[in-house]
Design a protein around this ligand. Structure first.
Ligand code: ADP
Length: 184
């Protein structure tokens, strides 16, 4: 028993547990701000599960399947990122996935109050679930899915704000000429 423990300590295997975090959200659609947070999390953790909420908004532009497919397309090069649709109580889903923590993005002080409330409520529901806040690159702090949809709806240029596949999907929804001209 003691021998096994000693061998474990010497090999460092006790540090080899897979660290999994869940990044939940509506992702309607994924923006470069979301992607920036995913990339940062993927560098810190062994496995990042992007959990696309099915019931997040009453009237989403994209179906849960479309939103998942867009995240899959944009994160393909990140080997330790998985994408799943989820429904129901977040804390239950976190434990079910074998994740230790939830990632949320903080753009500005305005995000803080709601996120703080949600993090503490989740902790009340299950104190083992930690919430980790990550800040995107400063150029993405003004970005939101809602604004991107508004711009695309009115035919504006969304290319600087979203991954290429999302730009194409927005163009298909709204028939925006600027987004249609993307080639990759
Ligand atoms: P939700 O409906 O859960 O807020 P969102 O898709 O809008 O879903 O956001 C998911 C998470 O990503 C939230 O923590 C949100 O604060 C964060 N987020 C949204 N936009 C950005 C951005 N531009 N930069 C960093 N984090 C962001």
């Amino acid at each position: 028993m003691l021998g096994n423990r000693l061998a474990e300590l010497l090999s460092g295997s006790e540090f080899h547990d897979v660290r999994t975090v869940l990044y939940p959200g509506s992702f309607d659609p994924l923006t470069n701000g979301h992607l920036d947070v995913i990339e940062r999390a993927a560098r810190l953790f062994d496995r990042v599960i992007v959990a696309v909420a099915q019931n997040a908004e009453k009237n989403p532009l994209f179906t849960p399947e479309e939103r998942c497919a867009l995240v899959v397309g944009a994160t393909r090069r990140l080997r330790n990122v998985q994408v799943r649709a989820f429904d129901g109580l977040l804390v239950n889903y976190v434990r079910g996935c074998g994740a230790q923590a939830v990632i949320r993005g903080l753009r500005a002080v305005s995000d803080f109050e709601f996120e703080f409330q949600m993090a503490l409520m989740n902790r009340k529901l299950d104190e083992r679930v930690e919430t980790i806040f990550m800040m995107p690159k400063d150029t993405y702090t003004f970005l939101s899915s809602r604004l991107v949809k508004e711009i695309a709806r009115h035919g504006g240029e969304v290319r600087p704000f979203v991954p290429t596949n999302v730009g194409r999907a927005l163009a298909a929804k709204f028939g925006s000429a600027s987004s249609k001209s993307q080639t990759t």
